[in-house]
Ligand binder design. Structure first.
Ligand SMILES: C[S@@+](CC[C@H](N)C(=O)[O-])C[C@H]1O[C@@H](n2cnc3c(N)ncnc32)[C@H](O)[C@@H]1O
Length: 237
């Protein structure tokens, strides 16, 4: 028999869903969060000028991943969770981490609205210390965030973080970074990559302990006509 408590809970649940829809609509239409990524659940979502297309990068790196079953995943600098949601569709437990409060709140609202229960999000600044506390996952995604660390902490500081992340990557690390050949005002901070960012990055990922480095493609950014290289570094040769 349906009790008063059941009616009350059902009514409150509906109210929550309505509030969630209203808030999501505001987030996505009024640009309240920094949308580097499109809405993962709306293929028609207009790409913001400063953002990146993500479907192309996902298709490229997914081809290099093991195909047999779900993979646990950690995405550092996950923004609104595009790649976390795509990996969650494969069934594994997936964690997105970003220091942006609005971006993490939006990712959580998307998970809630879509009833995705295996995508979790944490607002956290990634430092050497916090990176050491992450759980180990089959796949670590590290896209377009390394150059932020390198600019702020120098190569040595960024490498301390990357070593921690590599330690937590059970099978693979997906990696992309801003490059010194991009005509930006910070490109000079990446001078340590020399004139061959592709060769430098392959060697860097190998030195982090990965047996194989696949080049998954080159993908445009909104910053310049120079596309960024995308890699999948794997433990198994
Ligand atoms: C350039 S965006 C890249 C987003 C996503 N990885 C992609 O490629 O589509 C960088 C993201 O990293 C986040 N971020 C930058 N530094 C961070 C840090 N130290 N800890 C956690 N998140 C950080 C930003 O909030 C932003 O969402």
């Amino acid at each position: 028999m349906t009790s008063l408590k059941d009616y009350a809970n059902a009514g409150l649940y509906r109210l929550d869903r309505l509030a969630l829809r209203a808030r999501l609509s505001l987030d996505l239409r009024a640009g309240l969060a920094t949308l580097y990524q499109p809405n993962p659940f709306d293929p028609t979502h207009r790409q913001v000028a400063a953002g990146r297309a993500c479907a192309d990068r996902f298709t490229a790196f997914a081809k290099c991943l093991p195909t047999d079953g779900p993979l646990s995943t950690i995405d550092v600098g996950c923004n609104i969770g595009y790649f976390v949601f795509r990996m969650a569709e494969r069934g594994g437990l997936c964690l997105g981490v970003d220091w942006g409060r609005n971006e993490i709140a939006l990712a959580r609202r998307l998970a809630s609205k879509q009833d995705v229960t295996n995508a979790l999000f944490a607002q956290l600044e990634i430092t050497e210390q916090t990176a050491a506390t992450l759980p180990t996952a089959d796949l670590v995604i590290c896209l377009s965030i390394f150059h932020h660390w390198a600019r702020k902490l120098g190569l040595d500081g960024a490498t301390l973080i990357m070593r921690r992340l590599a330690d937590h990557a059970g099978h693979c690390l997906v990696f992309e970074t801003g490059q010194p050949d991009e005509p930006t005002d910070w490109a000079g901070d990446l001078h340590f990559m020399g004139t061959d960012p592709d060769g430098w990055t392959r060697q860097y990922l190998t030195d982090l302990g990965f047996a194989k480095v696949d080049h998954a493609g080159k993908f445009p950014t909104s910053l310049s006509p120079v596309p960024r290289n995308l890699y999948v570094a794997s433990r198994e040769p």
